[in-house]
Design a protein around this ligand. Structure first.
Ligand code: UDP
Length: 239
């Protein structure tokens, strides 16, 4: 499958058409942004890691009955995916307080919740991805009631599967962001990526951050953290 016309270039990925109108090629870059594009940089090797990690996790989720856009890994940075219409909602699931949750509610990071939380933001760069609730999403016709129910159900199931997987790697899944898409027949599937760019992943014992917060917060050791988390995943799925 060859890359055709470039459809889109985002912050971390490019998307290309293929000869099959139902399939696209996603190409992962090393570019990193934070704070709605205000902070820009490069994380060397990130594209290769995020591509392989996202694909491995989506295949694991597919085995557990979660529908995803993943079709086939084509190369280190390129993956064939089903063409979807992205639902313009970012879904954030949290197991532990961190990031904007800690800031908004004035609590420290690291509080373990009794049950996971879910929140939505409107995927709109110009508006800075504002938070919204289900009623707002319906009013704005971003998704139907049924689609929102499906997205919530899938998101919590994904959380359980990912939490269990990362725990087996000695990693605590703190929070993460998901995006969903509609296939041409309207089926909702998991899309975008699952990677250290979109998840907070802490070493279970030391609580060391093994994700993009190292870049966001200028903590150093960014590349090492991405390599470390990828190594743990590969050890787990390889053996
Ligand atoms: N996240 C993301 N893209 C976004 C916003 C958040 O992938 O545009 C992820 C982020 O990596 C974290 C989780 O969603 O794992 C929760 O992020 P939060 O709302 O705390 O925002 P942040 O502090 O990252 O701005």
């Amino acid at each position: 499958m060859n890359k055709g016309v470039q459809l889109y270039e985002g912050k971390a990925k490019k998307v290309f058409e293929t000869e099959n109108p139902e399939l696209l090629i996603v190409s992962y870059k090393d570019d990193a942004t934070a704070f709605n594009g205000l902070k820009k940089g490069t994380i060397e090797g990130k594209g290769v890691i995020n591509n392989r990690m996202s694909n491995a996790l989506m295949q694991m989720l597919a085995k557990k009955g979660i529908p995803t856009h993943f079709v086939k890994e084509l190369s280190e940075r390129d993956t064939l995916v089903k063409r979807v219409q992205i639902v313009p909602l970012e879904v954030i699931i949290r197991n532990i307080s961190a990031g904007s949750f800690a800031k908004h509610y004035g609590v420290e990071e690291g509080i373990v919740f009794d049950a996971p939380t879910i929140e939505f933001s409107y995927k709109n760069d110009e508006l800075g991805d504002p938070l919204l609730n289900e009623y707002h999403a319906l009013a704005l016709k971003l998704a139907t009631k049924e689609e929102i129910e499906t997205i919530k159900d899938l998101s919590f199931r994904i959380n359980e599967a990912l939490k269990e997987f990362w725990l087996s790697c000695g990693v605590t899944l703190v929070d993460f962001k998901l995006e969903f898409g509609r296939l041409s027949d309207g089926t909702i599937v998991l899309a975008d990526e699952i990677s250290p760019d979109t998840c907070r992943l802490w070493d279970s014992k030391t609580h060391e951050k093994l994700d993009k917060d190292r870049f966001r917060r200028d903590m150093g050791g960014v590349e090492d953290a991405y390599r470390e988390i990828m190594g743990r995943l590969e050890k787990q799925i390889g053996g």
